[in-house]
Design a protein around this ligand. Structure first.
Ligand code: IMP
Ligand code: MG
Length: 212
């Protein structure tokens, strides 16, 4: 087992390539991840969203702005599904510390490389939770005078919303559960899972996880 320390073991998948078990096990005692949205569903939904985005913008160039780090895989897959001229950039924010609930404080920790003035911008986020991060970012971007400003989120937890923001493109609406995988983390772990799943922590972990 020691060779597996710190790694994740995906249980056997059937020949059909569908997960035969709906969970990832972890070498961390008591932690596991139950698959909520499979890689196949994620891929299919991203293809649909890419088509919708291209339809809205016609033949115009698009500029995707990914919010680090959670949106990296979503942006990478989305960008490759959108035909025509697509450029992208990244921004990073820190909203609240590990293992704490949202304080509503959002801070820019890495700015864009280039100006978005006059561009068709699509903000690409991993998950819309309280909405505080997106509200802050939209304020920052609006001041920079893009031609159009749209938002694409892979996941939406509408029950948790505090700020009045909405996404123009949403992958999946999910229940109020802490999810990881496909870029989403718990204390920087689990981002590399191919599917999105609900994190189960040991009984002794009382505080609900949340990480920017
Ligand atoms: P908001 O500002 O509350 O909408 O939070 C958005 C950020 O919190 C996301 O970009 C994520 O990084 C993080 N977050 C919120 N919910 C989850 C979750 O269920 N799993 C992992 N990260 C989450
Ligand atoms: Mg995070």
């Amino acid at each position: 087992m020691s060779a597996l320390r710190g790694t994740l073991v995906k249980r056997v998948r059937k020949a059909s390539n569908k997960p035969s078990e709906d969970a990832y096990t972890s070498s961390r005692p008591g932690e596991s991840v139950r698959i909520l949205i499979s890689r196949e569903r994620i891929r299919a939904r991203i293809q649909e969203i890419a088509r919708e985005i291209r339809k809205e913008f016609g033949a115009e160039p698009l500029h995707l702005v990914g919010v680090l780090k959670g949106a990296v895989f979503f942006l990478a897959d989305l960008a490759r599904e959108i035909p025509g001229e697509v450029s992208f950039d990244f921004i990073a924010v820190s909203s609240y510390g590990k293992n704490t609930h949202s304080s509503g404080q959002v801070r820019l920790t890495r700015d864009l490389d280039s100006s978005i003035e006059g561009k068709n911008v699509v903000v690409v986020e991993d998950i819309l939770d309280t909405g505080m991060t997106l509200k802050y970012l939209l304020g920052v971007f609006r001041n920079r005078k893009p031609k159009k400003l749209r938002v694409a989120v892979l996941l939406d937890k509408p029950e948790r919303r505090i700020a009045e923001v909405h996404a123009d493109y949403t992958g999946f609406s999910i229940p109020n559960e802490f999810v990881v995988g496909y870029g989403l983390d718990y204390a920087e772990r689990y981002r590399n899972l191919l599917d999105v799943g609900i994190l189960k922590l040991p009984e002794s972990t009382h505080e609900a996880p949340a990480s920017p």
